[in-house]
Design a protein around this ligand. Structure first.
Ligand SMILES: [Zn+2]
Length: 298
């Protein structure tokens, strides 16, 4: 009974955010209950994973800097301040809250996340220049291949997958809750952004997704970096998309077609809706093209 009541109170809390007419910026975030003690917060940046339980709060990623006030309000309603933040990678739509929250929360991430946050970065693909972060924004615990955290009766396995979306991505496996936070290795139902200038690669991402799928249970609940709460089957569709669209572009290159010609020809119709997100079909073809060329030079 106690379990039912606590789950119900989480659900009610969710409803009250959604219908809260008070003019408060916490409405930036909507909360989706994933399972007891684990939820997903959707703001305007990457999806946040939230663990709430006897040991307190832990969050995976922290959205844009501009939303940190709203995020803090949501966390206050969840009875407290987080003890840990895990960053899945360095991009500012996932680490923007670090600078403020890092004043009192321990931040954990892969070695390359700290390296990239500590130095000026450029994403030429979008004409973006990102300045080095202030000290509180930097992860204080970093790791090379994986790290385990024991929190709220769960084991969180933070596992690095190299050269996928960037060179510093981790996924977070949560057991026994049977949840995985994929970071930006997974844009659910949409073409992903692959940051080749930060060491990402579409081919590396494709291989990583295959390896990740192999270790997941069929009932796993999948929090994507962007998009709705998903299933293993959604992740498999995405893996299939990565594989087949890459193969299509590779074939065209092998036939001597230029990037412009491949873009003009486009991808098979079945992938049309995948280009309606942040990355359209033309940009996706270009990212595969850049990734294949980078692999040639390895
Ligand atoms: Zn990203």
């Amino acid at each position: 009974m106690k379990k039912i009541i606590s789950l119900l109170s989480v659900l009610l809390a969710t409803v009250s955010y959604a219908h809260d007419d008070v003019n408060s910026d916490k409405k930036v975030f909507s909360e989706v209950v994933v399972t007891e003690g684990v939820s997903m917060l959707q703001g305007t940046g990457g999806n946040i994973g939230l663990l709430n339980g006897e040991d307190g709060l832990l969050i995976i990623d922290d959205d844009y800097k501009v939303n940190v006030g709203a995020l803090e309000k949501v966390l206050d309603m969840e009875e407290g301040k987080p003890r840990f933040i895990i960053n899945t990678h360095w991009h500012n739509d996932h680490t923007g809250g670090n600078e403020h929250l890092g004043e009192y929360v321990t931040i954990i991430a892969h070695d390359n996340v700290r390296k990239r946050l500590s130095t000026d970065q450029e994403i030429k693909f979008f004409g973006m220049k990102i300045q080095a972060s202030e000290k509180p924004a930097l992860p204080v615990i970093t790791f090379d291949s994986s790290l385990s955290l024991h929190f709220n009766g769960q084991e969180l396995n933070v596992v690095h997958y190299p050269n996928g979306h960037t060179d510093g991505d981790s996924i977070v496996l949560i057991q026994p809750a049977n949840v995985v936070h994929m970071g930006d290795h997974f844009f659910s139902g949409k073409f992903p952004f692959v940051d080749v200038e930060s060491g990402g690669n579409v081919i590396g991402m494709t291989n990583n997704i295959k390896a990740i799928i192999a270790r997941l249970d069929s009932n796993v609940k999948v929090i994507p970096g962007h998009g709705p709460l998903s299933t293993l089957s959604d992740l498999k569709d995405y893996g299939y998309m990565l594989e087949t669209t890459s193969a299509t572009v590779k074939e065209a290159i092998d036939e001597g077609m230029s990037l412009k010609k491949i873009q003009a020809k486009g991808l098979p119709d079945r992938w049309k809706s995948w280009g309606e997100g942040f990355i359209d079909e033309g940009k996706w073809i270009e990212m595969i093209h850049i990734s294949l060329k980078a692999k040639e030079h390895e």
